[in-house]
Design a protein around this ligand. Structure first.
Ligand code: 13P
Length: 254
């Protein structure tokens, strides 16, 4: 399986810095090698330009969210069809920041996954426990519930088109990273849940780690058997760090 390095820029960058960041990554694209898949997720206003900038490279441009409806009176929202029409290839859904600040439920996230699949866009489904849930030992149950609640409705071929990102909430933007053991055991748990849908699902669905992943800790994380790459926040905003993570991913999959 290819190692995936995905950059989630969240509500950061402006037009100039987003274009400059894409351009720095595009310049190096020829060196990435076939074993690494690079995905970048700029904010909505910069997506169309990023698609243009990445044309002719293997870099996939992703959105950070979408609305579940096909179209209609949903002021301010963006549909999967709109994303498809500008060449967006993937879309993050269920990020913990969406769950926390916008009250997104597993059922709603499942609807968004369905909308993306209907338009041939790869959903990057995020799951992960909060600090109190980890401390009370509920982390496996929390992730099981999130997976079942959002993804339980999908068929085997549909599931095989999804990317999972395990992002422990306590590790996001905090500088605290899951240890390689904590990451591996949760990824193995997710793999086991995927396996209940068939061996091919657990073999084919990439499971990424996210949460303060940076060039210092990435090699250890990406070397774990069930860690297929990373969903990177802060470090993806610094071109040198993001490119270094891509290089580390290349060595991990070699
Ligand atoms: P950080 O890498 O900044 O912790 O963010 C992780 C994340 O939320 C990526 O989606």
């Amino acid at each position: 399986m290819r190692t995936i390095v995905a950059g989630n820029w969240k509500m950061n960058t402006d037009r100039a810095s987003a274009e400059a960041l894409v351009s720095s990554v595009v310049k190096e694209a020829a060196t990435f090698g076939n074993d690494v898949q690079v995905i970048i997720a700029p904010p909505f206003p910069f997506l169309a330009k990023a698609v243009e900038q990445c044309a002719g490279t293997s870099i996939v441009v992703a959105a950070q969210d979408c609305h579940q409806a096909e179209k209609g009176a949903y002021t301010g929202e963006v549909s999967a069809a709109m994303l498809k029409s500008i060449g967006v290839g993937a879309c993050i859904v269920g990020h913990s920041e969406r769950r926390q600040y916008f009250g997104e439920s597993d059922a709603l996230i499942g609807e968004k996954v369905a909308a993306l699949l209907a338009h041939g866009i790869t959903p990057i489904f995020c799951c992960g426990e909060r600090k109190d849930e980890r401390e009370s030992g509920a982390h496996f149950d929390v992730v099981t519930e999130q997976m079942k609640g959002a993804l339980g409705r999908f068929s085997k071929p549909e599931l095989e088109r999804i990317i999972i990102a395990y992002e422990p909430v306590w590790a996001i933007g905090t500088g605290l990273t899951a240890s390689t053991e904590q990451a591996q055991e949760m990824h193995a748990h997710i793999r086991m849940l995927l396996h209940t849908h068939g061996a091919s699902v657990s073999e084919n669905v990439p499971v990424l780690y996210g949460g303060s992943c940076n060039p210092t800790n990435a090699a250890g994380l990406f070397a774990q058997a069930d860690v297929n790459g990373g969903l990177i926040g802060g470090a993806s905003l610094v071109a040198e760090q993001f490119l270094e993570l891509i290089r580390i991913a290349g060595s991990a999959s070699a």
